[in-house]
Write a protein of this length. Structure first.
Length: 74
């Protein structure tokens, strides 16, 4: 699905087609969660539980950066 970036005030934004909103079960005013992946970005409905888990994971990754690099090299 091709989505165009548009100007929104002094920012940029995208307009999501109705079909995509329906598939994601989203409506105007809902919040999306963007996850960076190796091949792009995944948009999903915002889940407070997932957001908390991601916050904890990011904290661990920052704190244990050296260990995680060593493990990745194995």
């Amino acid at each position: 699905m091709k989505i165009k970036i548009t100007t929104v005030g002094n920012s940029a934004g995208v307009i999501l087609p109705k079909e995509l909103l329906a598939r994601l079960r989203l409506a105007k005013g809902d919040t999306l969660y963007a996850t960076e992946l190796p091949d792009g970005v995944k948009l999903s409905p915002f889940d407070p539980k997932l957001a908390k888990q991601m916050e904890v994971a990011e904290k661990v990754m920052r704190k244990r950066r050296t260990l995680l690099r060593k493990l990745a090299g194995s």
